[in-house]
Design a protein around this ligand. Sequence first.
Ligand code: HEM
Length: 413
Amino acid sequence: MTTSLSELDAWGDFDRDDPFPLFAQVRSAGPVHEVTLADGHRAWLVAGYEEARAALSDPRLSKDMHAALAHSGEVVAEGLPGPALARHMLAVDPPDHTRLRRLAMPAFSKGRIDGLEARVRAISDRLLDALERRGGTARPVDLVAGYAFPLPFTVISELLGIPEGDRADLGGWFRALLDPHPGPAGHNTAVAASRQLIAYLGELIELKRRAPGVDLVTDLVVAADRDGALTEQEMASTIFQLVVAGHDTTTSLIGNGTVALLRHPVQRDALVADPSLVPRLVEECLRWDAPVPHSTFRYTTEEVRLGGAVIPAYAQVIVSLAAANRDPARFRDAESFDPDRSDAGHLAFGHGIHHCLGAPLARLEGRIALGALHRSFPAMRLAVDPADLHWNHGDGLVLRGLTELPVLLGPRA
Ligand code: HEM
């Protein structure tokens, strides 16, 4: 079904600060739509919950962009950092997907993630102490730079075994690469960052060969050298994808979740009074303001009928996890922020074979970070008008988060 909604024809022009009314409009007009992206390409947008689940588990939807585009004859500008780092589990189909995912899986098992709890708490405490010293009770502090970014970035760096002295450079390259509105000067910075990152990942792999550690990069190097389980390019791509997936998303969960809580003081007060409510709150934050509003692109390998639409072969498909998460056909009073809701099953971590491998880690980090922050500073409030918050998501809406989050912490409890 093609739509005549003018907003969809200008899909790149939605309101960045509050895209949810447009999601609702799209969804109520039908679960699947053909749309024009900001770069002029046509794509199919899946906005209904059941259709989103069906699309995400449909083997006819491929993640292999190069194979699909070779068939369609279409040429797409390669985003940074380009093909050198595009051989990771989220960009390939089975059997390569199965092989690459299995190699990283042990590091994200429940036992291994549970074992990280004390360490994540220690990182959170240290960052909160530093924030308190910087802000006192009256000076605004930026929660993104001082808490929401460094917490998951430190955790994923430690898990991968990235030496502490390298992390500042690494963080800078990722910030340059993930900047959704770089402008011409920013683009040059991103190209330079991309080159430095590719070189660095090669050096990191060599370092772990010479001096193995107890970390995921060492595990990958051992698997490559002992069993030929993956190539050097797959190894560098996997490390790259794990760093991106492992920090930016969780930074958004902590930032978006904090804004959601500050906008809902009753639920926030309940959390401060009763820490056992934290897991439900985190799930509702994930449903209500998904850090990954739209799945990464998929491509049909043959004609696919979905939600009354006929999607031709070799078409791009975007699954709107954020629209699905507020589908009134699935969630009661779907637009309301309600941590007490009994209808679980949000799609913030995706679904099917690419379901987020790091979900247990993201949940652990989100629970510790949000719980500790809000209980430590019960009088915390925004230091700017909510309308002045800068939401950083790019045109594709793959990530949604804040570039900064200025707050007044108030006294520590
Ligand atoms: C995949 C969301 C945190 C690692 C995904 C996908 C989503 C997602 C939606 C599927 C994308 C698609 O199918 O197109 C999130 C959210 C997070 C988060 C909302 C935080 C709140 C993490 C963390 C890690 C991680 C901490 C740890 C490194 C991965 C990996 C994949 C993935 C490896 C690819 C899985 C595959 O292709 O089989 N994530 N993620 N994520 N995520 Fe996460």
